[in-house]
Design a protein around this ligand. Structure first.
Ligand code: FAD
Length: 290
C-alpha cells in the first residue's frame, strides 16, 4: 500500500515554508513517524499526497541559550533531549520525561515536536513542557510567531496548528534561577513502553520555607494537557506542610477531569493514585529547589 506520493526533505525553514505553501495537498508533516505512520496505516489520519520531513531542518535541530531563554528545536530526537546537558541544567523535568518516553528504539527517532503536535493529554514531553511554562515557536508560509504553550491544544489529538499549513519550530523555556527546580514522574505498568497511566510535572520557585511560585501539570487530567491552576493558587505563597498539601490535593482533584480509558486505567483508579504521584513529584521539586 502506498501511503504517500511525494516525500520532501527541506534543509532549512525557508525551504519548509515554501513547501508548506506550494507542495501538492493534502500534506502532512512527518518527524520520527512513530505516531504518524501508525495513524496513516490504520486509517486514523486522512490520506496524504505529500509528506514533509522536518528532521533535516537545521533551525529545528538546535538546543541553545538565546538571551535569557533556552531554545529546544522541535525536530530534535527525544533521546537527544534526554541526554542534553543544557536541558538537564535548566529543565530537569523535561530530561526526566524524555528518558521515560517509550523504549530506546522509539526514543532514537521520535521527536519532541511530534510528541507535542500529536496533542495527547498525557504525552510525557508535553506535560513537562507545560509545567516549565514553555512558549511554542510556529512557522507558516507567511511568517514565524510565538504563543504560550497551552494555546497549542484544542482537544485529545487535536492541536491548534493549522493542519498542513503550520510547523512547530521549537520551544523556549525560561532559564533556571537559584532556588528554582522541576521534577517529572509517571505511573506505568511495569516495563510499559507507551503513554502512562498518569504523569505529573511540577516546577517550583522557593523562598526559604515558602513556595514563591509553582506550576503543576498532570496527564491525562482533561481533554487537553492539564495545568492544575487552582492547586497552584492554593500553594502559592504558602509553606509546604501537610495541611497545605491536603488543600492543594483537594483543589487538584476537583479541577482535574480524569477519564476511563479502555487500555490503561479507570477514572477512579487515576484519582486514587494521583495523591501519591503528586506528593512525590512536589516534594522532590521542593527539595531540589533548596
Ligand atoms: C511503542 C511506542 C511507545 C510510545 N511511548 C510513549 C510514551 O511513553 N510517552 C509518550 O509521550 N509518547 C509515547 N509514544 C508516542 C510517540 O512516540 C511520541 O509522541 C513521539 O514523540 C512522537 O514523535 P514523532 O517525531 O515520531 O512524531 P510523528 O509521528 O512524526 O508525528 C506526530 C504528529 O505530529 C505532527 N508533527 C510532527 N512534527 C511536527 C512539527 N515539528 N510541527 C508540526 N507538526 C508536527 C505530525 O504531522 C503528526 O500529526 C509511543 C509511541 C510508540 C509507537
Amino acid at each position: 500500500m502506498t501511503l504517500w506520493q511525494q516525500y520532501l526533505q527541506p534543509k532549512n525553514l525557508s525551504q519548509a515554508r515554501e513547501a508548506l505553501a506550494s507542495a501538492p495537498k493534502p500534506l502532512a508533516l512527518i518527524a520520527g513517524g512513530t505516531d504518524l505512520m501508525l495513524d496513516l496505516e490504520q486509517g486514523r489520519h486522512e490520506p496524504v499526497h505529500t509528506l514533509i520531513d522536518v528532521t533535516g531542518i537545521e533551525e529545528m535541530l538546535v538546543i541553545e541559550v538565546r538571551d535569557d531563554r533556552l531554545f529546544i528545536g522541535a525536530g530534535i530526537s527525544v533521546n537527544r533531549v534526554a541526554q542534553d546537558p543544557l536541558v538537564a541544567a535548566h529543565a530537569q523535568a523535561l530530561t526526566e520525561a524524555a528518558n521515560l518516553i517509550a523504549g530506546p528504539q522509539v526514543r532514537n527517532v521520535a521527536t519532541l515536536g511530534g510528541n507535542v503536535a500529536h496533542a495527547l493529554p498525557a504525552a510525557d514531553g508535553t506535560i513537562a513542557l507545560l509545567a516549565l511554562d514553555a512558549q511554542a515557536e510556529i512557522a507558516n508560509a507567511s511568517g514565524i510567531r510565538c504563543i504560550p504553550f497551552h494555546e497549542l491544544f484544542l482537544g485529545p489529538g487535536k492541536s491548534a496548528l493549522k493542519h498542513g499549513e503550520e510547523l512547530l519550530v521549537g520551544f523556549y523555556l525560561p532559564l533556571k534561577q537559584d532556588h528554582q527546580a522541576s521534577c517529572f514522574k509517571r505511573i506505568m505498568r511495569p516495563q510499559g513502553v507507551a503513554l502512562p497511566i498518569l504523569n505529573c510535572a511540577v516546577w517550583i520557585a522557593r523562598e526559604e520555607n515558602c513556595i514563591a511560585d509553582i506550576h503543576i501539570a498532570v496527564g491525562p487530567g482533561g481533554a487537553t494537557p492539564f495545568r492544575a491552576t487552582n492547586a497552584e493558587n492554593t500553594l502559592r505563597g504558602q509553606p509546604l506542610n501537610d495541611e497545605a498539601f491536603a488543600h492543594t490535593l483537594e483543589a487538584l482533584l476537583a479541577q482535574a477531569q480524569f477519564r476511563t480509558s479502555a487500555r490503561r486505567a479507570s477514572a477512579d483508579y487515576r484519582k486514587h493514585i494521583a495523591m501519591g504521584l503528586f506528593k512525590d513529584v512536589l516534594e522532590t521539586a521542593w527539595e531540589r529547589a533548596r
